[in-house]
Write a protein that binds this ligand. Sequence first.
Ligand SMILES: [Zn+2]
Length: 114
Amino acid sequence: MHELGVVFHIIDQVEEVAKDNDVSSVSKIILQLGEVSTVIPEYLTDCFVWARAKHELIREAELEIETIPAITRCGGCGRTYGTVKYGKICPYCGSDRTWLEQGSEFMIKEIEAV
Ligand SMILES: [Zn+2]
């Protein structure tokens, strides 16, 4: 399961930050998740709840997920548009020279300690 690997990755990062900052218990983890990232928030939350019970540091932590909207930029006309709605073809000029400007990211935005 992909999301479980992601959760382990998050826990690794949280543990590292906690160690650097002398934190023994984390109360909240805020994640930023791109709209077109491959991670499914519901699965991620389920995996997190499962993993949380096994880690003292995050046993009380809640996971908050912020969605970053996916935006594609067009190399033909230079405009941007919503990726989920229009996909790879620019709705303004029909060009397929487009690239994802944001929306695939996955990162920890904030960790709150008790
Ligand atoms: Zn265009």
